[in-house]
Design a protein around this ligand. Sequence first.
Ligand SMILES: [Zn+2]
Length: 401
Amino acid sequence: MENRENDGISRRDFLISAGLAGGAAAAGPGALIGASAAPEAPQSKESPLLSEFQPKSMLHAKETRVPRARFPVIDVHNHVNDARTSEREQIPPAKILEIMDRSNIRQIVILTGAWGKRLQKVVDRMVNPYPDRFRVFTQIDWSRIDDPDFSRKMVEQIDDAVARGARGLKILKNLGLGVRDKTGELVAVDDPRLDPVWEECGRLGIPVSIHVSDPEAFFLPVDRFNERYEELIHNPNWSFYGDEYPSKQAILDARDRMFARHPGTTFIALHVATWPENLDYVSALLNRLPNVMVEFGAREAELGRQPRNSRKFFDKYQDRIMFGTDAVPPPYGNVTPQQIFGDKLYQIYCRFLETEDEYFDYAPAPTPPQGRWQIYGVGLPDSILRKVYYENAARLLKVKI
Ligand SMILES: [Zn+2]
């Protein structure tokens, strides 16, 4: 973690080797301390390109290695070997289990299990051979949205999925941002055609894991004020700024109205209810609606940059928060290094939850992929760690640990 590559080289030698001795005098004493000794270091005083700027922290911060979670974990938000993964991209289950065993991950919930035959494949490959280690959720077939009996068909599809072994329903963010019916209008998150679906999940006793809207910065102009500028430049289709999209607030309002309308159904509002930037909002939502729980997949960067507020959040809602990573296998993972399934990913989450380490990377990447900041651990006590790691999920998913 530390940048000590200049140790043992005198300051004068270092400046010469970097070709910067002359410039140092002009820039004044101290201007180059800690500068990289890379031979290609620019001689001018012009700003480096943002894409090339990889400052190393000079903070001599404590680094606690957490190779394994202190308690067994249920990862309730994962996409490894899901219904979208092609045959060629499948990771052998034994290899997944090796990583899980090393990291103390007792069970993974594969959220994107599709339905029908594709769901059956995931059940046959992952769930049936390892019933204690993997679970799968089903999804809605939006291609049938214009069928006159869409609601009934989806209820039947969910019943069939549960009979095949699915243990929950997953909603992707295209609801509210992408799914349109024949009128050309976006289907709202609280569209009444979906009411029978939410009710059926309540009746069956299965939770609905729902991701709607996206980070606040994705709804703002992609300009120099946007804290996720580089991420949005790399992934332009992640931007929902513009008249063709509803506002983030409108989508969340629709979601929360829908939650309130179905008190008998438990909703897992993924990604810290998709507003970790605003924990006051999420707290108010949890206070108001007892049928809502949250998980924090791919949002450790958000929680970790506000450790004091996050710690209070974990204290107050310790019975409503579950562990999730939103892990994806390569090649999808390559654009989201904070989500690549593997030991490193779990180590970062465990370090964030278990330690009070300061100012560390939230992703194994040369530049922080979601925004240029570092995170701080929240150092949860064992009683809360147990709940977040597995007890809350075990209760909801009826898993014995
Ligand atoms: Zn996900």
